[in-house]
Design a protein. Structure first.
Length: 238
């Protein structure tokens, strides 16, 4: 069995590799990255490092050569580009003879959801199902880690902003999601054509989260509902 992880130098991908090494030999693991020189540490562990780019069908097909199971970690780009990139990755996997695709999607994907990226993940899920390959869909909830990025700004200004309204969100640590992916990749035959919702145990509003920050720090913090583009700009400036 040979497993390949895309985006293996990213925050989620690197954690998946770490957990997978606890379960199967490094000789059974390959990774695809845009810049192989940045994955020298993985190569040193005996992992097969390959060049891959979701914008390049031929390169991705080469990266998937000889692979039984591939983890396709969703790309980070504008909506139209991501749909094309994800479809290219699926097409390349099929052309290369990959038997099983594992995909990191999002909980409750809908075509008309308020969340910007929901429709992208729904499109990719459907495209994978239509490919005829075995699949496992990992519908990941929002990373709890991302909440920490907004804490310094909240403590400085007193405002904890996010485009969340009064929605209850089941945040989950990125590391937990990576471990779940590794469990699937280690024994893919146990998860053929299954879809898993991976979430935290409790839904919380951002008003509640602001309260937790205030209680923990002793500083006044309130939740401010922000447009998505404003929130993205704030996080990008941190």
């Amino acid at each position: 069995m040979t497993v390949l992880i895309t985006g293996a130098t990213g925050q989620l991908g690197s954690l998946v590799v770490k957990h997978l090494l606890d379960r199967i030999p490094a000789s059974d693991i390959a990774v695809s990255v845009r810049k192989p020189e940045k994955a020298a540490d993985l190569s040193a562990k005996g992992i097969d490092v390959r060049a891959g780019d979701f914008n390049d069908l031929a390169l991705m097909t080469k990266a998937f050569a000889g692979i039984d199971t591939a983890l396709i970690i969703s790309a980070e780009d504008d909506n139209a580009t991501r749909i094309k990139q994800h479809r290219t990755a699926v097409d390349a996997a099929k052309a290369a003879g990959v038997k099983h695709i594992v995909y990191t999607g999002i909980v409750d994907p809908k075509a008309d959801a308020d969340f910007t990226y929901s429709a992208i993940h729904l499109d990719t899920e459907n495209y994978i199902r239509e490919s005829g390959l075995a699949f496992t869909i990992l519908r990941n909830s929002f990373y709890a880690d991302l909440l920490l990025a907004g804490v310094p700004h909240a403590l400085e200004t007193g405002d904890f902003g996010a485009p969340a309204g009064d929605a209850k969100i089941t945040y989950i640590p990125r590391n937990d999601l990576a471990e779940a992916a590794a469990v699937v990749l280690a024994k893919p035959a146990d998860h053929v054509n299954k879809t898993y919702d991976l979430t935290g145990t409790k839904g919380v509003t951002h008003t509640e989260i602001a309260g937790y920050i205030a209680n923990a720090t002793g500083k006044p913090v309130k939740f401010v509902d922000l447009p998505a583009e404003v929130h993205t700009g704030i996080l990008g400036s941190l």
